[in-house]
Design a protein around this ligand. Sequence first.
Ligand SMILES: CC(C)(COP(=O)(O)OP(=O)(O)OC[C@H]1O[C@@H](n2cnc3c(N)ncnc32)[C@H](O)[C@@H]1OP(=O)(O)O)[C@@H](O)C(=O)NCCC(=O)NCCS
Length: 185
Amino acid sequence: MLRLKEANWEDAEKEHAFIAALPRDENGFTNQDYGVGWEEFQASVLPRYIRHAKGVGLPPGYVPCTAYFLWDGGEIVGLFRLRHCLNDALREGAGHIGYSIKKGCRGRGYATQGLAMVLRKAWGIVPEDEVYLSVHKGNPASLRVQLKNGAYIHHEGETEFYTRVKRPASPPKDPYASAVFCGRM
Ligand SMILES: CC(C)(COP(=O)(O)OP(=O)(O)OC[C@H]1O[C@@H](n2cnc3c(N)ncnc32)[C@H](O)[C@@H]1OP(=O)(O)O)[C@@H](O)C(=O)NCCC(=O)NCCS
């Protein structure tokens, strides 16, 4: 069974293994913690994930962001980041949601299903009427994942498609989605 779980202490060992192996940058999905050791993960990485989900200790220009691990049974197969609102940089760039599926687990529908689950959370969190996403033009698998989740291409730049998903008239509710006040960014 697939589940989304926010970064948490109980799963720290598996979260650490996933984050330490997640590439530093793949198609624009970045991971500043690639190769991090266990001690540092506990001392600074996981606390940062948890703080940022609460909107605490954000660097200038950052908005609250929840990291959701996608679990299939007892294995983490992907990571989704949900930024709780847009600022100018996100509006023109990465948008609300980014994701990566573990190498070796791709091509099995995880990104498609995981994005559907994160969108359900997003409708209870983001104030905007559309969820913004972006994708490198050379990443047709990710574009397909977005289109299958109801995204449309709003516009394109030299290297990216900028896609959006409209808020459904009656958004499916996720009772566990918790919003953090974004203020005016
Ligand atoms: C892109 C990525 C998230 C896809 O994850 P995934 O779990 O393999 O995706 P899914 O299995 O849910 O769906 C992939 C879809 O793309 C399709 N696809 C794969 N390669 C394709 C290609 N070259 N051209 C067109 N479609 C392609 C698959 O057939 C599938 O569609 P289908 O279900 O209709 O057959 C994964 O490859 C990844 O993590 N890449 C690195 C990070 C990244 O690119 N993140 C996205 C940044 S926007």
